[in-house]
Design a binder for this molecule. Sequence first.
Ligand code: CS2
Ligand code: MG
Length: 402
Amino acid sequence: MKITDGKVFVCSPGRNFVTLKLYTDEGIYGLGDATLNGREMAVVAYLEEHVIPCLIGRDPFQIEDIWQYLYKGAYWRRGPVTMSAIAAVDMALWDIKGKALNTPVYNLLGGPSRYGVMVYGHASGGDIEEVVDEVGRYLEMGYKAVRAQCGIPGLPTTYGVGRGKLFYEPAEKGLPPEHIWSTEKYLNFIPKLFQRLRDVYGDDVHLLHDVHHRLTPIEAARLGKELEPYHLFWLEDPVPAELQESFRWIRQHTTTPLAVGEVFNSIYDAHLLITEQLIDYLRTSVLRGGGITHMRKVAALAELYHVRTGFHGATDLSPITMAAALHFDLWVPNFGIQEYMRHTPETDEVFPHAYYFQDGYLHPGDAPGLGVDFNEELAARYPYERAYLPVNRKEDGTMFNW
Ligand code: CS2
Ligand code: MG
């Protein structure tokens, strides 16, 4: 079998997505997600100008060799654009192989290691009582784990409080919206949220929270300690993680489990965090982390150090990534949890898929390959429009982390 062509599609059924379709001389095609929120067209150019021409004529079954070729052959290694492009090719190749061998991708990885993939939903609200109600809604839907994010008194906006119900899309058309932040107001408030949630829902519900890169290590240590009585499933992205050793300070002060990595794009971003056991869950999705081929090596290292997977699964990762993640999650021995932010109905129509939600778990389904398709005609009805993630400033105007 040979790769005969590759096409990149950009569409916007509720938000922008970049989709790679690889064609073969046997009529089988593979799909890959190449979406990079707010920088979509950079990955489109990388694929069309620099990757697809090198794929024509290659054997799609040589997944590892093509991965090595695209990684080492780039010379300028790593980075979110490069690794998202490599990931899209990788997902499409696994999809082709599964379809050609008439088996779901999880069977190619090693078969299922569990009955289903435990997921967490996103509850948010403008105040504590709204969040309490939203968490209740997710529990009624059967979720066993819920992330809770809340408006902060005194701040006009904050991370994770969505505009709609069930899904949260931060990217906005036009130029980047500017948000305002106060660490003090945030730190003084968040423990009250989780005290209330534990009072209402008891100890057994898995509760998660995303700090979204906004504290210093010692501030994160304070928050982790103050949240210990509410034993979160995880506290996510407490600090920007370029300086991996800064997690040593958090680890010394708190037993609250830590999750990080949705912005990482290779094993090197997490190597110290894993080998010094500074984190408990690694969030790097197969889209950000160079595909299934690279992420299974990262998961194998993590397994040695008691680190579990907790893949990113926000709406800016298309159903193709969700499908690929679920095949990986069903197989990977050191599975932790899968984020499941539901897509819009329009998105689900453009990307029909086999995966399904049942009683707090997702299952990838048993269709050959990844079990997801792409409706080109329908996608064309939702044209791309540039959108940006917000930026964040402190109350005094200092540029900060969003
Ligand atoms: C968030 C994301 O889901 C999460 O944990 O960090 O929603 C993140 O804000 C978006 O993926 C950014 O595009
Ligand atoms: Mg996050």
